[in-house]
Design a protein around this ligand. Structure first.
Ligand code: PMT
Length: 211
């Protein structure tokens, strides 16, 4: 099968030298790419800026901003059987990016932010994607409630939720622990394990959804 996977953070420029971003390392998304490859699938990896190497054999599409990630997904999703959205996409970008480095003239500086496109939320409608759709949810509270809301609103078949208030898992860690929520109402926990192991478990379950 052909997998499209998003990974890593996005970077939203403020001026030529500064940006808004988050702590995503890309490890979880790259582990999913690795696990899918190991199972013999073709993988397109749309990745924000990370410092890890893409697994050999993937088609890497490097992007910086959420809008670039949106365009890259829009271009590649049609040929995919499975799309997994693991990237930590910035929900907002700076309304006006300064052409020159912003000088510290005043005591405070106000940045106006505007919404970025919701890439996962565009899959079913704007992109007309009919394959298996897998989302992630990064939550600090009410994990199940927020995850189920995202699963339904974004038309996912499966959603992997992680508790990002924990410092031992998720963002920039080598391990993760996720709660899986399925479209049909099933729910299942994947206990603390390496991101490689979690990725294998997720890919196996995705394959099960196709069969
Ligand atoms: O990269 P690591 O350091 O290994 O960390 C892994 C991780 C914590 C980033 C990963 O496990 C994870 O939780 N990824 C989702 C992060 C996120 O942005 O979650 P969210 O709840 O804000 O977004 C929900 C879903 O919508 C996600 O599938 C996200 O990719 C997608 N999204 C969000 C906003 C947006 N504008 N477009 C999107 O596609």
């Amino acid at each position: 099968m052909r997998f499209l996977i998003t990974a890593g953070p996005t970077r939203e420029p403020i001026d030529p030298v500064r940006y808004l971003s988050n702590r995503s390392s890309g490890k979880m998304g790259y582990a999913l790419a690795d696990a899918a490859l190991a199972r013999g699938h073709e993988v397109i990896l749309v990745s924000g800026p990370v410092s890890i190497r893409a697994p050999e054999g993937v088609t890497l599409v490097p992007v910086e901003t959420a809008r670039e990630m949106y365009d890259a997904v829009a271009e590649t999703i049609a040929g995919a059987d499975v799309a997994i959205f693991c990237a930590a996409v910035a929900d907002y970008r700076v309304a006006e990016v300064a052409d020159e480095k912003i000088k510290k003239t005043d005591e405070s500086l106000t940045l106006t932010l505007v919404r970025n496109p919701d890439i996962l939320g565009s899959a079913r409608n704007a992109f007309d994607f009919r394959g298996i759709l897998v989302g992630f949810a990064a939550e600090t509270e009410k994990l199940a409630e927020h995850a189920l809301d995202k699963l339904r609103r974004k038309g996912c078949d499966l959603l992997a939720a992680n508790d990002v208030s924990r410092t031992d898992i998720a963002f920039d860690r080598d391990e993760n622990e996720v709660e899986l929520f399925y479209k049909d109402g099933r729910r299942e926990g994947l206990p603390l394990a390496s991101k490689g192991q979690i990725a294998k478990e997720i890919i196996r379950r995705v394959e099960g959804l196709v069969e």
